[in-house]
Design a protein around this ligand. Sequence first.
Ligand code: A3P
Length: 286
Amino acid sequence: MLQISREFMDFHGMKVPATVHTEESLNYAWKEFQTRDDDIFNVTFPKSGTTWVQEILSLIYSNGDTTSVKTEYSWDRVPWIEQYLGRSRLENRPSPRLITTHLPVQFFPQSFFKTNAKIICTIRNPKDVCVSLYYFSKVAQFMEYREDFQEFVSLFLSEHAIFGGWFEHVKGWLKLKDKPNMLFLSYEEMLKDLRGNVIKICKFLGKELDDAAIDSVVTNSTFNAMKGNNMSNYSAVPNYLFNQDKVSFYRKGVAGDYKNHFTDAQEEEFDKAYQDFMKDVNLTFA
Ligand code: A3P
């Protein structure tokens, strides 16, 4: 059985949960993994829409057929490359492989940069990411946890944040924004217009779906549909690993929930950090 601890490991200065990552698994993703031209990567900082895009990609690649999303776990359909099961889940998988990662660009598979493989990178308002991560750390028993929200915000803004921290992560990926094999999505825009974003993704991937198939992708990737799908809602994960008794993985799925959590002082601290870190980046949030 997996040993659960809230310990973190340090990988060349990047902090990641030690329960699901190893030095070997991170090195595999970074240096050993052989990217194929038709690989599709779902890149996110945690809590930015990872599971959502996993579901959308699964549905697009089945032309709207729901068999795979109803019978296979999301983490099997679109596995994380950097986690300890990444190698076994991806190595012999037939193409096209749908792959998830939270890796910052500097630890992304080096082989990718010599291929035509595609990346979809989803970005969410970091204040909402912070709130979502705070609640997620109550659910996921392998996450570093702070009961006090103020302490959690300070951790989120510090250099001790996971996966290199939101700022470095997003800045790193945005440097590749002009590459034709990269598509950036906004969580907030997806909430406003899911269908439009599904069509945008299909276009980027060169997938021609008819209207009925698009409708199925949209219907089956709404918050409520996913929350009710036992293959995507983590209900199959035992409580000692994912405890959803008090907080659901599908918590709210909205934009702007930070307004219900941040005090004025916290918002000020956050905005100041944002201005410092992101001053050379053209990216703003409501
Ligand atoms: P909240 O905690 O704010 O509710 P990730 O998949 O990257 O871990 O992100 C999880 C966040 O995305 C959670 O946010 C979750 O509710 C939200 N989410 C998951 N599926 C969604 C969907 N179909 N529509 C909107 N939000 C979704």
